[in-house]
Design a binder for this molecule. Sequence first.
Ligand code: FAD
Length: 426
Amino acid sequence: MMNSHPESYYAASANPAPLRPPLVECIDTDVCVIGAGYTGLSTALFLAEQGFRVMVLEAVQVGFGASGRNGGQIVNSYSRDIDVVEQHVAADQARLIGEMAFEGGRIIRERVERYGIACDLKSGGVFAAFTPRQLRNLEEQKRLWERFGYHHLEMLDNRGIREVVASTRYLGGMLDRQGGHLHPLNLALGEAAAFESLGGVIHEHSPAVRIERGARPVVHTPQGQVRANFLVVAGNAYLGGLLPELAAKSMPCGTQVIATEPLPEELACSLLPQDYCVEDCNYLLDYYRLSADRRLIYGGGVVYGARDPANIEAIIRPKMLKTFPQLAKVKIEYAWTGNFLLTLSRLPQVGRIGDNIYYSQGCSGHGVTYTHVAGKVLAEALRGQAERFDAFASLPHYPFPGGRLFQAQFSALGAWYYSLRDRLGV
Ligand SMILES: Cc1cc2nc3c(=O)[nH]c(=O)nc-3n(C[C@H](O)[C@H](O)[C@H](O)COP(=O)(O)OP(=O)(O)OC[C@H]3O[C@@H](n4cnc5c(N)ncnc54)[C@H](O)[C@@H]3O)c2cc1C
């Protein structure tokens, strides 16, 4: 396991953060959170705001996982949309989950405002369609989100999409005015600082290596332990086998990102004149945006089973050039990979093990907004208001067929099928 952030544009442009020494004692507290990504930090911050004593244990550093490496895109709703949720749970649960689909972005904006988090937040996200079918799906998505009271969407025809993205690949698209983008690691660092400003404690380089279950569970790290009334497990794709119940129902997958050198202002503005972020509508999607210093940050590609590809630039650069051939001469300065957690349904897994071990994981690639709602929902549940927690917990989840051994092959087959459909435009 690495012992600091992997090299990335985000690590290179991170805001200063304090040293957070490892846990070397035995502590008693109200809540112990495992993992300092958005899920853990969001939960910890909500709980600290409500006066709980909270300790966060992070195996490496704040934002080491997907939260410090992602595309930085604020995408509303879930990896599968509310219509799929409606097929799986009772109507009142689906209504609650549907309403929460638009809350994560609001939470992020409120926190950035309240705690003065410097993370280059910008509004506006585009879904770009290659095919008439994808365009029809976006129209359906607009109707669906409007049914849940969300009215910030605008369809873009062929001319409309060319006004926001200088690529000839797309037929049209949809603008979400309340979508947007930010520097993901700086958001995590800002949330950690906000939590600490309220008396919360974070120990880095303190992996939870064993959980002793019981009326007051104990989390063991290599040099210390924490006894708490409640545990919140937020290790997501980096959790490994700490809780076998969680490993069985999910699979870590890698996705890769590159960042160009800073682009001349004119070129940057010509690519994305309104500075919106973009994700396309393919199953194995490309996503991109400009950074505050005008680099193009371009991500895509999925490696099932979370292996690191030998050469990320060789995978992602051709994708970028397919979208923007005008960048042929531009240098790539950073390339990195990160893991998200896939579930079979591509819907998040939220629940409780025994009476006092809570978890949320598996947002399957779209987690920036969801993890922020998850934190709120977990904090509510710990305070005894479990209605919204129960709604998420009612989503049915199944293990990957064949267990972890066959998960990668199974998912790769599924991805192959969906990307074939994308290519055929059906
Ligand atoms: C490359 C990439 C691009 C993405 N782009 C987007 C995007 O643009 N928009 C979007 O919505 N979503 C995106 N996602 C998904 C999104 O980043 C994740 O869904 C989200 O960040 C998950 O947050 P998390 O807190 O649950 O997990 P993580 O951020 O992975 O945090 C888990 C943390 O737990 C720690 N941990 C694990 N085990 C232990 C342990 N035993 N003890 C202590 N600590 C432990 C890890 O070190 C890690 O810091 C992307 C993901 C990746 C990988």
